[in-house]
Design a protein around this ligand. Structure first.
Ligand code: NAD
Length: 285
């Protein structure tokens, strides 16, 4: 497997799974963070492909425009509306939810935005820890807090929060302490929403191994340097080495899982985690 083969693929209409669900209409809004790239973009396209109105937010305005353009190229049923914002800023978080709620009945939230930083605990810069924590844990909590009243305000009072976790929400690798802590925390948020949602407001997390996105391609060099191995060895040994399924997931595979979790098929999924890791965490050689 080469560096080229881990690059993010282009999403086609056939890649999007359609699920029959009466709630998947343009009246209902799905807010997706990190919608300008990778898994967030794929989740947005999958939700729009299922007929939902999708509010995408990201700090990257160009990325958002590209997602909207791809949705239009594919002629997706649901509209995709970009909202630029920085998830480290509370005013932005409040504006993002208000603007998303103006589009219709806000019913779904996908917390996907993220970043990575590779350093040992002893070397880890605390300002980077704080930034990562704000984007990947505090923002999902604040967004959930602000979205839940909108869910309750809809006709049937139902809504759902999907959180993008990781295999790093189950076990950890070294030199990713901030990432590991935030992903474990997201599972706590997921279960807390389930505990307070009384089955009407559900929550779930999605845990995957490595997915072909810019976040992964960007850490190839750093991981190689940190471990003293080649980029090729990072791909083959670290990224797919422990997985029994020797094929990296694509962003749309994850986007489809979010739609499944939001749908009626997922109505008993509440506080649970969709561990789609190709056997990575529950087996060993
Ligand atoms: P990505 O880099 O393609 O996308 C992340 C997006 O988050 C970017 O568009 C970025 O601009 C946005 N973002 C970063 N900081 C922000 C901020 N302050 N405000 C608003 N937006 C901000 O990465 P991805 O691989 O699609 O990752 C998405 C999520 O999936 C992350 O939470 C990541 O931890 C998780 N994840 C990824 C993988 C993988 O292998 N790619 C595996 C498991 C989990």
């Amino acid at each position: 497997m080469s560096q080229e083969q881990v690059s993010p693929p282009t999403i086609t209409n056939e890649d999007i799974h359609r699920i029959a669900d009466d709630a998947f209409t343009g009246r209902n809004v799905c807010l997706v963070t990190g919608g300008g790239s990778g898994i967030g973009r794929a989740t947005a396209l999958a939700a729009a492909g299922n007929g939902l109105t999708v509010a995408i937010t990201d700090i990257d305005e160009t990325g958002l425009e590209e997602t909207v353009a791809r949705g239009e190229e594919l002629g997706l049923e649901g509209e995709i509306v970009p909202i630029v914002g920085d998830l480290t800023v509370d005013d932005d978080i409040e504006r993002i939810v208000a603007e998303a709620a103006d589009l219709g009945d806000l019913k779904y939230l996908a917390n996907v935005a993220g970043m990575q930083h590779i350093d040992s605990i002893e070397e880890f810069p605390m300002e980077t820890y704080d930034r990562l924590h704000r984007i990947m844990l505090r923002a999902p909590i604040y967004l959930s807090k602000l979205c839940m009243p909108h869910f309750r305000d809809t006709q049937n009072g139902q809504g759902c929060v999907g959180n993008m976790a990781s295999v790093h929400a189950h076990y950890v690798t070294s030199d990713k302490v901030a990432y590991n802590v935030s992903k474990f925390g997201l599972r706590g948020l997921t279960q807390s929403i389930a505990a307070e949602g009384d089955g009407k407001i559900r929550s779930f997390s999605v845990s995957t191994g490595y997915v072909k996105t810019p976040l992964v391609t960007a850490q190839l060099e750093d991981t190689a340097e940190q471990r003293g191995i080649s980029v090729q060895e990072v791909i083959e040994d670290v990224m797919v080495g422990q997985s029994r399924v020797k094929e990296m997931m694509e962003p749309i595979d994850v986007g489809n899982l979010f739609v499944l979790g939001f749908s009626d098929l997922g109505r008993h999924l509440d506080g649970g985690d969709l561990l789609f890791d190709g056997g990575m965490t529950l087996t060993y050689e």
